[in-house]
Design a protein around this ligand. Structure first.
Ligand SMILES: [Zn+2]
Ligand SMILES: [Zn+2]
Length: 252
């Protein structure tokens, strides 16, 4: 399995609008982060997790030529706002792009992206509701999912074999912990890095507490805000931890 971090940034990217870098060093290219997205290549299939505002550029930059399925974690704009791009993507590919999301996300999309549920521009999109916790298959790829609390929403986490992607979280249930047992590579949101905040996101200490309960071999921090400087944060990481950057490839 090959996992590519298409976007390692948080909702506002880095730099943010007006070229604002906040705490991140502009001279370090690893701090240049687009919005959160992951490409999962497994068993000959290409799955994209989340399609935020930088989707088109991410697909083009990483020379991705096919999409077999799209998984959505939750309906915040940094994870879903390029959904309309899938209309053209599907037409160009000439095949269906199935979109998977939990019931809460799907209910929100039916309002905020109502036109997407009745498109007819040569595109074939299909919508598939996934369980709040349990297993499902996307393009024939078996995945396990569970939800984590995030602001007043829930966010779907995904596990595929030894790999798990957990984004936008501020807590985890015993069932969630159970779902992560045995994971060897954990790609996990660490939005606040060294600077804890009550904003629906996690920080390095929270990730360390989580990792202590599932003991993965490799912990990769992503969904990093502009407060997170790569070098400054890297100096505080325990063994087995690393920071993601745009284009990072994980061979699982
Ligand atoms: Zn987010
Ligand atoms: Zn969010």
């Amino acid at each position: 399995m090959k996992v590519t971090v298409l976007g390692s940034g948080s909702a506002y990217g880095c730099p943010m609008v007006f070229n604002s870098w906040r705490n991140a060093d502009p001279s370090d290219e690893r701090n240049r982060r687009s919005r959160p997205s992951v490409c999962l290549e497994v068993a000959g299939k290409t799955l994209i997790i989340d399609v935020g505002p930088d989707f088109r550029e991410q697909i083009n930059r990483n020379r991705i030529t096919n999409i077999d399925a799209v998984l959505l974690t939750h309906p915040h704009y940094d994870h879903i706002s390029s959904l309309p791009e899938l209309i053209r993507a599907s037409a160009l590919l000439g095949h269906n792009i199935p979109i998977f999301a939990n019931a809460e996300t799907m209910a929100d999309l039916r309002v905020s992206y109502a036109f997407m549920f009745r498109v007819d521009e040569g595109a074939i999109l299909s919508w598939h509701e996934i369980p709040d916790i349990g297993e499902f298959a996307a393009a024939g790829v078996k995945l396990r999912t569970f939800q984590v609390p995030h602001h007043h929403w829930h966010c779907s986490a995904f596990r595929c074999g030894d790999f798990a992607y957990l984004t936008d979280w501020e807590g985890i249930s015993p069932q969630g912990l159970q779902s992560l047992q045995g994971v060897k590579t954990l790609l996990v949101e660490c939005n606040n890095g060294l600077y804890p905040e009550h904003n629906g996101h996690s920080d390095l200490e929270a990730v360390k507490r989580l990792a202590a309960q599932i003991t993965p071999q490799r912990v990769v921090l992503t969904h990093l805000s502009a407060r997170v400087d790569y070098a400054e944060t890297a100096a505080h990481l325990p063994p087995g931890f690393e920071l993601a950057y745009d284009g990072l490839v994980l061979d699982i």
